[in-house]
Design a binder for this molecule. Structure first.
Ligand code: NDP
Ligand code: GDR
Length: 343
């Protein structure tokens, strides 16, 4: 039986990848987690299958990486574990490089020594493009990161390339533009919006008071997809004959403000009015402020616009997204309304 190690399975994308592999392969899947004082297995606790086994691997510990790879000798290694919150990366830049960059080198060194035929994928990011030179961004776009997070992923990309070229490894780092879901962490802007609008809706319906949603830069634009679409694209990338890296993206860009607009309209219906601009932007529902800006959520440096070009992946991998922007917002809002009403 072939063996796959997936790191970051307690997170958003890793949990979808485990489900995808259980459904589409007969492989043994090893889901790597790190020890936490209070375990957070919500995204994987529903997965009960003999082909899914939890292993312990902390990416800040080279020994634990090497130990797992030496013992399992996987056929595939899919690295989703990372410090993934861009806004936090200015506060802990060194840890971002340890986990997002150095750990990649430890993984590749260990694969080279113990299982050189293993196919390796590391999650690349549109944040590597950063201060974009042209739009839409494709796989030829230069690396111009704007955050310690973006720099950590861009550096990991160079490591993956050097190990691929030097040791003839199948090692790739396909670029992923933003992908969201009902399992998205609560601090990311999409889930922050859908989670809060559900709470505001419940408060309005119960006649309770509530605090408005506070956001940072609502003008920034992102290319948002559903995470489930991306795990399929990543698996196609890993199953090529030779290692080629692709961009996965929806090919649409929308502002944070547009996301807010659709989410609040979906949850609350009409009677919504925008007022002000930039740091004075507000959204009112029946004359009550439901969204406002708090400058503390602005970043030291922003990526203003991201728009990916998925055509290479569509042609080379025959990959296509299945969920569009409004369906994505709608699914997330409906899920959070259900979860909020259940509590
Ligand atoms: P999440 O933040 O949801 O998940 C990150 C995972 O990494 C969690 O399981 C977390 O574990 C784990 N992790 C963090 N630090 C360590 C560590 N030191 N040792 C072991 N595990 C660790 O991210 P996503 O699922 O959204 O993203 C997956 C990958 O894709 C990341 O590499 C991210 O940078 C990249 N990416 C994501 C995009 C997106 O829009 N979602 C776009 C582009 C790239 P724990 O639960 O214990 O915290
Ligand atoms: P991003 O995602 O930085 O694109 O990184 P995030 O959802 O954090 O921010 C998207 C945009 O929204 C703006 N924004 C806010 N963001 C947050 N989190 N909170 C706010 O209150 C807020 N207000 C406005 C941000 O400034 C930004 O412009 C995600 C992560 O998944 C990375 O791991 C991944 O690599 C990239 O996507 C592609």
């Amino acid at each position: 039986m072939k063996k796959v190690i997936v790191t970051g399975v307690t997170g958003q994308v890793g949990s979808y990848m485990v489900e995808y592999l259980l459904k589409n392969t007969d492989f043994q899947i090893f889901g790597a987690i790190r020890r936490l004082s209070v375990p957070n297995h919500k995204n994987i606790e529903h997965i009960k299958n003999d082909r899914f086994k939890i292993i312990e691997m902390d990416l800040s510990d080279a020994h634990s990486i090497n130990h797992c790879i030496e013992e399992i000798k996987p056929d595939f290694f899919i690295n989703f574990a990372a410090n993934s919150y861009v806004g936090f990366s200015w506060k802990m830049p060194i840890n971002h490089f340890e986990v997002n960059t150095l750990a990649v080198m430890h993984q590749l060194e260990s694969i080279r020594k113990h299982c050189p035929n293993c196919k390796y994928y590391n999650a690349g990011s549109s944040e590597e493009f950063g201060d974009v030179a042209y739009t839409p961004q494709d796989s030829n776009h230069p690396l111009r990161p704007r955050s310690p997070y973006g720099a950590s992923k861009a550096s990991a990309r160079q490591i993956v390339k050097v190990w691929r070229d030097s040791y003839n490894l199948f090692a790739i780092q396909g670029w992923l533009f933003n992908h969201e879901s009902e399992r998205r962490g609560l601090e990311f802007v999409t889930r922050k919006i859908t989670n809060k609008v559900a709470k505001i809706k419940k408060a309005i319906e119960s006649g309770d008071s509530f605090e408005p949603l506070e956001l940072g830069n609502m003008e920034s634009k992102r290319d948002w997809s559903h995470a489930e679409d991306f795990v399929h694209g990543i698996w196609l990338m890993l199953n090529q004959e030779s290692p080629k890296e692709y961009v996965l993206a929806s090919g649409e860009t929308h502002s944070v403000k547009e996301f807010v607009d659709i989410a609040f309209t979906e949850a609350l219906g009409g009677s919504l009015v925008w007022r002000g601009a930039e740091k004075d932007t507000q959204l009112l529902y029946n004359d009550t402020v439901v969204v406002r800006v708090n400058p503390k959520f602005y970043r030291p440096a922003e990526v203003d616009l991201l728009l990916g070009d998925p055509s290479e992946a569509e042609n080379g991998l025959e990959w296509k997204k299945s969920v569009d922007f409004s369906q994505l917002v709608s699914r997330m809002v409906r899920n959070d309304i259900e979860e909020t009403n259940a509590t």
